[in-house]
Design a binder for this molecule. Structure first.
Ligand SMILES: [Cu+2]
Length: 419
């Protein structure tokens, strides 16, 4: 052993046993070397809030529930074929002695300019595609949303929002939840009255780890959950991440947003069925609501309240290279399994490349597309029975460099982005 064994004195030669003054000098040297880094990072932290900090705000919307005559086929023809309605399409669109036709009384959410609820807020061009849907409610994570809701209907209605944070006074749904009468004013707003719903927008209401810069929620009336849905009281809500929000709440990495609802609108289950028969059927007294063919004629296979391509093509127009975000939602019952499919271009949804997405009642899917293929393209539900019943629309991609590519309907007035 002898030669290789360390004595206690020899072992005490490592840093732990260096004289204290040497250790002190080393520590001082290290502090001196790192000081500029600490100072720099400290100043960066100090300036960050001024530069990129989002100041939360309260965004207020004036939304009425209004009775509206809604025409699912305002052009009176099949815009997909470019021809008059054939016999198969006429089942759903043709008025007759025992048929309501394509126009029905509906309840729709509509946006007003202020609390007087006298003036409808005009829909901007980018929102023209919404059709039957209520106005887009937008907010940024950190915000508060206030919906001043006026019920202009002849029956109680409400606003029930998905995703955002609400207390029992803003849930908008009547059920036995153990709360007192004070928390039930939101459940069923009586005709002619106004109720204010308030929602907080915490992180959990905004985009998750796998989402893009914004997510969609829906809002709808939950007073008579089924009847209100078929009456038409549904709208979209978008929450954007604070770091990617423009001042108006839109995501700054998106050029164009489309909100699309696929739903078999069962007018047989609408609270207006009897009134619709009385008003629109040629011979109301002869209508048997239990007749199977009559029932079929009222199943409106709609996209935002349009059938057989009647959703205006101008409202579904984008530019080649646009960063397009599609917010898709389902609603309805067990026949409402929908598979929206884009011809001509592809998208990413749930992080995967696809040109078809899956919808079930009340599901919400966001799909991002950068169209590279100009033209007028089909966008339709891929369920065979729904194709036959007219659940089809068209969308158009214009190419500024080649104006004729979108079927020659002008330049589109949009510079677009290069790929
Ligand atoms: Cu479908």
């Amino acid at each position: 052993m002898g030669n290789h064994a360390m004595t206690p004195q020899q072992a005490r030669t490592g840093p732990l046993f260096w004289p204290r003054w040497i250790l002190l000098l080393m520590v001082l040297g290290l502090v001196a070397a790192l000081a500029p880094i600490f100072i720099l990072s400290g100043s960066a932290t100090a300036t960050a809030p001024a530069k990129g900090h989002y100041v939360p705000q309260t965004r207020t919307y004036f939304i009425g529930a209004d009775e509206v005559d809604w025409n699912y086929a305002p052009t009176g023809s099949n815009q997909i074929t470019g021809e008059p309605f054939d016999a198969a399409a006429a089942v759903f669109t043709q008025q007759g002695p025992q048929r309501i036709g394509s126009t029905y009384i509906k309840s729709l959410y509509r946006e007003y300019t202020d609390s007087s609820f006298r003036t409808l807020k005009p829909r901007i061009a980018a929102d023209q595609h919404l059709g039957m849907l209520g106005p887009v409610i937008r907010a940024v994570v950190g915000d508060t949303i206030k919906v001043i809701f006026k019920n202009n209907l002849d029956r109680p209605a409400a606003v029930h929002a998905h995703g955002v944070f609400y207390d029992k006074g803003s849930e908008g749904a009547p059920y036995n939840d153990g709360t007192s009468a004070a928390d039930h004013g939101d459940d069923a707003v009586t005709p002619g009255t106004v109720y204010t719903y308030s929602y907080k927008v915490p992180d959990r209401a905004g985009p998750g780890p796998m989402d893009g810069s914004s997510v969609m929620w829906m809002y709808h009336s939950h007073t008579d959950e089924v009847g209100d849905d078929y009456a038409g009281l549904v709208g979209p809500m978008v929450i954007t991440k604070a770091s990617t929000a423009r001042a108006d709440g839109t995501p700054n990495d998106v050029d164009r947003e489309f909100f699309v609802q696929f739903k078999v609108s069962d007018e047989n289950a609408s609270p207006y069925l009897q009134r619709n028969i009385a008003r629109f059927a040629g011979d109301p007294a002869s209508v048997d609501p239990d007749n199977e063919e009559f029932g079929e004629s009222n199943l409106m296979h709609s996209v935002n309240g349009y059938v057989f391509g009647n959703l205006p093509l101008d409202a579904m127009t984008m530019a080649k290279g646009d960063r397009v975000r599609w917010y898709l939602m389902g609603m309805g019952t067990e026949v409402d399994l929908h598979t929206p499919h884009w011809h001509g271009n592809t998208a990413t949804a749930l992080g995967m490349r696809t040109d078809v997405v899956s919808l079930l009642p009340a599901t919400m899917v966001t799909a991002d597309m950068v169209p590279d293929n100009p033209g007028t393209w089909l966008f339709h539900c891929h369920v065979n029975d729904h194709i036959s019943a007219g659940m089809l629309v068209r969308y158009r991609v214009r190419d500024a460099a080649n104006p004729d590519s979108g079927n020659g309907n002008g330049t589109g007035g949009h510079s677009g982005h290069t790929l």
